[in-house]
Design a protein around this ligand. Structure first.
Ligand SMILES: Cc1cc2nc3c(=O)[nH]c(=O)nc-3n(C[C@H](O)[C@H](O)[C@H](O)COP(=O)(O)OP(=O)(O)OC[C@H]3O[C@@H](n4cnc5c(N)ncnc54)[C@H](O)[C@@H]3O)c2cc1C
Length: 389
């Protein structure tokens, strides 16, 4: 067992950090408060080889591992937390499920544009009546000759105000076995994108409406029975949220540490008060423990998809550590920490969201409990079409 980076990983981490210091550190505060996707950063990252890190070179990726992508998030976020969203988009988001299961034709059409950072993809999974109970989704895809006709609505999709292509979870028929996914382009007739709305983090999302929306059959990503594969791909997205939670917590930790070392009250630097020293000790313990769980999940996935259990454990630990540490950092930095003059309050708001997004902490704990007892715990009271198969 080795708890250190390999030489290659260390070199990679140093080179990403150097890139982030040179190109991203400046303007980090402004970038965090701009809800728009930073396409300029995406273009830089594409040139630097930070998009598609774990995708095969034959598909325009870098041929690296999921752990390399985690390292990239950590090193970028340490200089510019907001830019880590680009690493997420280019390596962990719906792009990864798309690259895993898309046809050659679909990839030819969209993958290179996505990897070049010229286009973003948004994931439409959640619906007004299907959040944690995602298998209750009602958006239908009905085959009509060489087309599918979509009807339904999606909510909360990250990047939806700017995305060009959407990976939409749909229902071809009843039950779990009826769920799959399709790709829909902005501008398709019958597809309406609502006005942007804001999360607490200031990130924006739009309602997506499909009314008699016809897409060619070639846009099917996963047909009926594709739900399990989708979730396997989604575990990668979860690891990206996991890595960002931890990296944002660490950013806030470092900012608070530097502040406590120099800010004086009662004629002493804050770090000389034991009440704050113990906060830092507790924060360090949370970050270090969560980091090991993240690295385990990413390393064990190697170049494939991570295990659902290890992902659930890592995400829960990193979500909690990231938010709790960022919140403590705000406390330690007082009114300055609570102000938009520093990125600590931003880290707190962002990490709060990842406790809900991508599988809430409660849903992940349900998953962990199933592993503990080696049995499934049905969450549904009723029996219905979605629970039938
Ligand atoms: C920042 C952010 C980004 C997001 N991005 C996207 C995106 O790109 N695409 C997309 O499709 N969706 C996205 N979402 C939506 C996200 O997937 C949902 O918020 C999530 O699935 C939870 O659904 P819900 O908000 O409807 O809460 P609900 O499912 O209504 O749950 C409400 C509360 O009840 C708890 N709860 C529910 N069921 C159980 C249970 N069985 N046991 C214990 N507790 C339970 C939940 O944990 C939660 O605390 C995003 C959300 C956020 C916050």
């Amino acid at each position: 067992m080795n708890f250190d980076y390999t030489d290659e990983q260390r070199q990679f981490a140093d080179s990403v950090r150097g890139f982030a210091q040179q190109h991203l550190a400046n303007g980090a505060l402004k970038r965090a408060h701009d809800p728009g996707f930073p396409f300029d950063v995406a273009a830089l990252m594409a040139k630097q080889g930070l998009m598609g890190i774990s995708l095969p070179q034959s598909e325009g990726g870098q041929g690296g591992s999921l752990m390399d992508a985690v390292i990239a998030i950590e090193q970028v976020a340490a200089e510019c937390p907001r830019s880590a969203d680009v690493v997420q988009f280019g390596n962990f988001g719906p792009i990864r499920t798309f690259a895993e299961y898309g046809t050659d034709e679909q990839k030819k059409r969209w993958l290179s544009e996505l990897l070049a950072g010229r286009m973003v993809m948004s994931l439409g999974m959640s619906e007004p009546d299907a959040g944690s109970a995602v298998t209750d989704l009602k958006t239908t895809a009905r085959q009509d000759g060489a087309h599918y006709v979509l009807d339904g609505s999606k909510v909360f999709s990250t990047f939806s105000p700017e995305a060009q292509v959407f990976l939409i979870y749909v229902r071809y028929g009843p039950g779990l076995g009826g769920i799959g996914s399709v790709l829909v382009e902005r501008g398709t007739a019958g597809f309406t994108i609502g006005a942007p709305r804001a999360f607490m983090s200031d990130e924006e999302w739009s309602e997506l409406h499909f009314a008699d929306c016809r897409i060619p059959a070639e846009n099917v990503l996963l047909g009926p029975g594709g739900f399990k594969k989708q979730m396997a791909g989604f575990n990668v997205e979860r690891l990206g949220n996991t890595a960002r939670s931890l990296a944002y917590g660490r950013y806030a930790f470092n900012a608070a540490r530097d502040y406590a070392a120099t800010r004086e009250q009662f004629d002493r630097p804050l770090c000389e008060f034991q009440g704050l020293q113990w906060k830092f000790a507790d924060m360090a313990i949370k970050l270090e423990g969560a980091q090991l769980l993240l690295y385990r999940a990413a390393t064990n996935a190697d170049k494939g998809l991570p295990s659902a259990y290890e992902t659930a454990v890592a995400k829960t630990a990193c979500n909690l550590a990231g938010f709790e540490v960022a919140s403590e950092a705000v406390q330690i930095m007082g009114a300055l920490g609570y102000s938009r003059e520093t990125l600590v309050e931003y880290c707190m708001r962002r990490t709060r969201g990842w406790m809900i997004a991508g599988g809430s902490i409660q849903m992940l704990k349900n998953r962990i409990a199933e592993h503990v007892f080696d049995r499934r715990f049905e969450q549904r009271k009723r029996t219905g079409p979605a629970a039938a198969s």
